[in-house]
Design a protein around this ligand. Structure first.
Ligand code: SAH
Length: 343
C-alpha cells in the first residue's frame, strides 16, 4: 500500500473504506498531513483513539530538521533534513522580495556524475519518496511560514526519480493541501531527454530549468557525464518539444568555470543555441569543490561574460549570491556534517 501521507484524496478514500473508516475521514487525514504538516497520527485529535490504532501501526515516511545553518549576512538558511533510515539531505531557504523560496533535494546523492558537483561524488544512494520531498516543505513552513515557491535544485536529479517527483508536485499542488501553484515550482535537470519528453506531456505548467553549462557537445561530455548519453542535439529536440507543448520559457543554468566555459566563443555559440528560442540564461559562478580543480572566474570576468551575452541579445541574469558565509555547494554540507568537520 502507498503510505497514507503519499496518497492523494481519492486513494485515501479507498483506503479508508478498506480500513472500515468513514469516507469523510479521508479528507481529515489529507488535511492533517498536507495542510497542517502533521507527521504523527497519535497527535491527530479529530480521530478517535480506536480509529487511530490501526492507522498508527502503518509505517509512514517522515522528515525532521536535523540542523539549521542561518546566514549571518542575509536571511538565507541551510538545512540538514533527517530521514527515517538515518540518511541526510540538504535544503536551502531563500528570502526574496517576492517571498520565501526553498531548494528541495530529490535523491540522497546522485548518479549523474557532473564533475563540478559534490552531490554526485558518492553516487546515488537512493531516491526520495514523495513524502520525503513534501516533508522538507512542511517542516520548513511550520517554522518559517508559507513558501512562495520551490525549486528542485538540491541534491539529486529529479528526472531520475520521475514518478516520485510527479507525485510530490501533484500533492503539493492539491487544493485540499498546500495548494501551491505549478507556476511556482521549478524543476532543474542536467538533461535527461526521455524525462523532458515525458514532462512535456504532463500538462503541468511548472518551470523547467536545464543545466546547460556549455554550448559545445565535446566540452559538455568532459564536465557532464550525462552528455555522453544524451547529446545536445537530442536535448534541444526535447526542449523544443517541451516548449511547443507547454508554451513556456525555459531557463538555462550556466555554472561559470574559468577558462572552461566563459570564453568569447562560448557566448557566441550560446547565442546560436538560445537566440532563436524563448530563454532565460542564469549564470552561477562555480562554487569550488575539493574534487574539481577548476576555479570560478573573478568578479570582473563574470561581469565581462554577462555583458558579452547581453550585448549578443541574450536574456541573461547573474544569480544573486545568498548566504555567502554558509556557502557550501550541493552535497558539501551533508558530507562535512557526516565527517564531523562542521564548525
Ligand atoms: N540534477 C539537477 C538539479 C541539481 S543541481 C540539475 O543538474 O539541474 C542544481 C544546479 O546547481 C545545477 O545547475 C548544477 O549544475 C549546479 N551546480 C552543481 N554543483 C555546482 C557547483 N559546484 N557550483 C555551481 N553550481 C553547481
Amino acid at each position: 500500500m502507498i503510505p497514507l501521507n503519499e496518497q492523494n484524496l481519492q486513494e485515501l478514500k479507498e483506503t479508508c473504506e478498506d480500513l472500515g473508516l468513514k469516507k469523510f475521514r479521508a479528507k481529515q487525514l489529507f488535511h492533517y498531513f498536507h495542510k497542517e504538516g502533521g507527521q504523527d497520527l497519535s497527535q491527530m485529535t479529530t480521530l478517535a483513539k480506536n480509529q487511530r490504532q490501526e492507522l498508527l501501526a502503518l509505517d509512514l515516511p517522515k522528515v525532521d530538521i536535523e540542523q539549521v545553518f542561518p546566514s549571518k549576512i542575509d536571511k538565507t538558511k541551510k538545512f540538514l533534513f533527517h530521514l527515517k533510515d538515518g540518511h541526510l539531505v540538504e535544503g536551502v531557504l531563500m528570502d526574496n522580495d517576492y517571498g520565501l523560496s526553498q531548494c528541495i533535494s530529490s535523491q540522497v546523492g546522485c548518479r549523474m556524475g557532473c564533475s563540478f558537483c559534490a552531490s554526485t561524488k558518492e553516487g546515488r544512494i537512493r531516491n526520495l519518496t514523495p513524502y520525503e520531498m513534501l516533508g522538507q516543505v512542511y517542516e520548513v513552513t511550520k517554522k518559517y511560514g508559507r513558501l512562495h515557491s520551490i525549486i528542485l535544485m538540491g541534491s539529486g536529479e529529479p528526472l531520475d526519480n520521475y514518478d516520485n517527483v510527479m507525485r510530490f508536485l501533484d500533492l503539493l499542488h492539491d487544493e485540499n493541501g498546500y495548494n501551491l501553484s505549478y507556476r511556482n515550482m521549478t524543476l532543474s535537470t542536467c538533461g535527461v531527454v526521455p524525462g523532458i519528453e515525458k514532462l512535456a506531456q504532463e500538462n503541468k505548467p511548472i518551470n523547467l530549468a536545464i543545466s546547460l553549462h556549455t554550448p559545445f557537445q565535446k566540452d559538455r561530455e568532459k564536465i557532464m557525464a550525462v552528455a555522453k548519453k544524451y547529446s545536445l542535439e537530442d536535448l534541444f529536440k526535447a526542449i523544443d518539444f517541451y516548449q511547443e507543448a507547454s508554451k513556456r520559457r525555459v531557463s538555462y543554468e550556466y555554472t561559470l568555470i574559468d577558462g572552461v566555459n566563459n570564453r568569447e566563443k562560448d557566448a557566441l555559440e550560446l547565442k546560436k543555441l538560445l537566440g532563436g528560442r524563448l530563454h532565460h540564461l542564469n549564470l552561477i559562478p562555480l562554487n569550488p569543490i575539493q574534487e574539481y580543480k577548476e576555479n570560478r572566474p573573478s568578479k570582473d570576468h563574470v561581469r565581462d561574460f554577462q555583458r558579452l551575452c547581453t550585448d549578443l541579445g541574450l536574456n541573461v541574469t547573474l544569480r544573486r549570491e545568498q548566504g555567502g558565509d554558509i556557502q557550501a555547494s550541493c552535497g558539501q554540507l551533508r558530507r562535512k556534517y557526516k565527517e564531523g568537520s562542521l564548525v
